[in-house]
Design a protein around this ligand. Structure first.
Ligand SMILES: C[S@@+](CC[C@H](N)C(=O)[O-])C[C@H]1O[C@@H](n2cnc3c(N)ncnc32)[C@H](O)[C@@H]1O
Length: 387
């Protein structure tokens, strides 16, 4: 049995509770949470499970250097003595991402000093200098600066875990995959029942919903792999280069519908679903939202023929008037509210938008409102129970 270690994960600000719940499910203890950042404690091998099995984690970070320093000189003394060769081979490339500010020196200067200390140390101990690659590094180090404290983490993911690898076709405003999975979770989708994304665009929400229904691990299509595969001590973290991960067994029935009024988006969504291995688990429908209830009656009743009453979940991400404009359809949000109210009684609905003014036109009473960052925008997730 390995001993417990401290590490950290990052997520989208607003999804901390969901990410913490996922970590808890893997036996990880949450120590502290701040915006988009969670400090955890758990067994070393849990790091690999976090990478592979969580849906709302962006990065998994292992702290390798940390401390409080009185001055820049004090920090440099520790940096240049640190055995970086334990974490990086001279033939590997690396990159440093810097977050926060320090009173010791500027973040640019500190990043540069850390880079120099790594290169000098490896050159001295192993006779070769590793080089920096900002695009495709083997090892990504994240530097967190507090007032006088500095922590260097090595990032087990590399490219953030939102890059699942299934979305090669996208519309104007594709949703981050981690946000899509988080919205499914918050709405209460556990993979069973009827799930509808009536404005599916490139299909992200419906694909994440289908991966949940099938118990498929979210990173199965990721072509770029994980940075942990370059770690010299990866085996201690339970990493195996050629491990096979089988789906969890399925229980219960589901029906997932992805619709859009734009036929090109239906084509893209289908292609992306194929890449994710869930094309046959989603019904693709070309329809405007206000005609979708009627057009999908047959599909939805297929599930009810088993005699069970299935809850319907509607989750949509309509245009915000930012990347996709609303000039051609100024009444869209009023229409969303009317359609939900008149056609979808009994369903639970979630609308994710970054346009607070337009959201008011939905005109229905929300059960819950949650703010989730969508890039630089404050996204609002509005949840309605429809009677
Ligand atoms: C912001 S995009 C959705 C992005 C999507 N979540 C993704 O990950 O790609 C909004 C989508 O809503 C669709 N749309 C807008 N109005 C619609 C309507 N009344 N009925 C159906 N689809 C609509 C657009 O064609 C567009 O594809």
């Amino acid at each position: 049995m390995s001993r417990e270690i401290e590490f950290a994960i990052t997520t989208i600000p607003g999804l901390e509770d969901v990410a913490a719940q996922e970590c808890g499910g893997l036996g990880i203890t949450i120590e502290a949470t701040s915006s988009g950042f969670i400090r955890c404690r758990g067994k070393k091998e849990n790091l690999t499970r976090l990478l592979l099995f969580t849906r709302t984690v962006l990065r998994v970070l292992d702290p390798i250097f940390q401390g409080n320093f009185q001055s820049q000189g004090d920090l440099e003394k520790h940096l240049f003595r640190f055995s970086w060769e334990r974490f990086l081979r001279p033939w590997q490339t690396f990159k440093i991402l810097t977050i926060g500010r320090s009173s010791l020196a500027s973040d640019r200067f500190l990043t540069l000093r850390i880079k120099d200390s790594i290169v000098d140390r490896l050159s001295l101990k192993q006779g070769k200098r590793p080089s920096v690659d900002t695009k495709n590094p083997d090892v990504t180090l994240t530097l967190f600066l507090g007032d006088s404290n500095v922590t260097v983490y090595r990032d087990a993911a590399g490219k953030p875990l939102s890059f699942r690898g299934y979305r090669s076709q996208a519309g104007e405003a594709p949703l981050n995959e981690v946000i899509a999975a988080g919205l499914c979770n918050i709405l209460g989708w556990q993979g069973r029942g009827v799930f509808i994304d009536p404005m599916c665009g490139s299909g992200t929400i419906a694909i994440e919903a289908a991966l949940i229904s099938k118990g498929l691990y979210p990173q199965r299509s990721r072509p770029q792999g994980f940075a942990i595969s370059h770690w010299p001590d990866k085996k201690a973290f339970g990493w195996q280069d050629s491990a096979e991960f089988s789906p969890e067994p399925l229980h219960g029935e589901f029906c997932i519908i992805a619709a859009d009024r734009d036929p090109k988006m239906i084509k893209y969504a289908r292609q992306n679903a194929r890449r994710a291995g869930v094309e046959m688990d989603i019904h693709f429908v070309h329809s405007p939202f206000n005609q979708l209830h009627e057009r999908t009656a047959g599909i939805r009743s297929g599930l009810s023929s088993s005699g069970e009453n299935h809850q319907e979940f509607i989750l949509m991400n309509p245009p915000y008037d930012k990347r996709l404009n609303l000039q051609d359809d100024p009444g869209l949000y009023t229409d969303i509210g009317d359609t939900l109210k008149q056609q979808w009684s009994g369903a639970v609905a979630g609308v994710f938008t970054a346009n607070g003014n337009q959201a008011k036109h939905i005109g229905l009473r929300t059960d819950r409102k949650i703010t989730i960052k969508n890039g630089p925008l404050d996204g609002r997730f509005l949840i309605y129970t429809l009677y």
